[in-house]
Design a protein around this ligand. Structure first.
Ligand SMILES: [Zn+2]
Ligand SMILES: [Zn+2]
Ligand SMILES: [Zn+2]
Length: 132
């Protein structure tokens, strides 16, 4: 009950949400190639794309790199599923600074899991910042 003038004086501060918004870019959904439909019609030819929910576009946080596990197609090799590395977007967000993934040597692939768990199929991993 005691919060009268306080809220108004603080209203000049920039809302944090705006700055966050800039780091996200909208791009064509790789999985359905922007059609918004399930590219394989697994459920029905009219069913929505599971990746973009029928929007045809997906939002990716910058900076991002193309997914190597699926070659940027958003589709897992040998399956009709969305790539597990990038979630079907064809690109993946990476935190800078980056380096070639030491686990998959930049291929983005792992024999057992189809995509490299360390770099999520990007072939690029966040470099460890060394203090020394
Ligand atoms: Zn889609
Ligand atoms: Zn992928
Ligand atoms: Zn890797």
């Amino acid at each position: 009950m005691a919060q009268k003038a306080r809220a108004k004086t603080k209203a000049t501060a920039k809302p944090k949400a705006v700055e966050e918004e800039r780091k996200w870019v909208e791009m064509q959904c790789a999985f359905c190639q922007g059609t918004g439909r399930d590219p394989f019609g697994v459920m029905s030819v009219l069913s929505n794309c599971a990746v973009c929910g029928g929007m045809g576009t997906v939002r990716v946080k910058e900076p991002y790199v193309p997914c190597r596990a699926c070659g940027g197609r958003g589709i897992q090799s040998f399956t009709r599923l969305a790539c597990m590395g990038c979630g079907g977007k064809g690109v993946s967000h990476v935190e800078e600074p980056t380096e070639t993934c030491p686990v998959c040597k930049g291929t983005g692939l792992d024999g057992l899991h189809l995509y490299c768990l360390r770099c999520h199929g990007t072939g690029v991993a966040t470099a460890k910042t060394a203090d020394s």
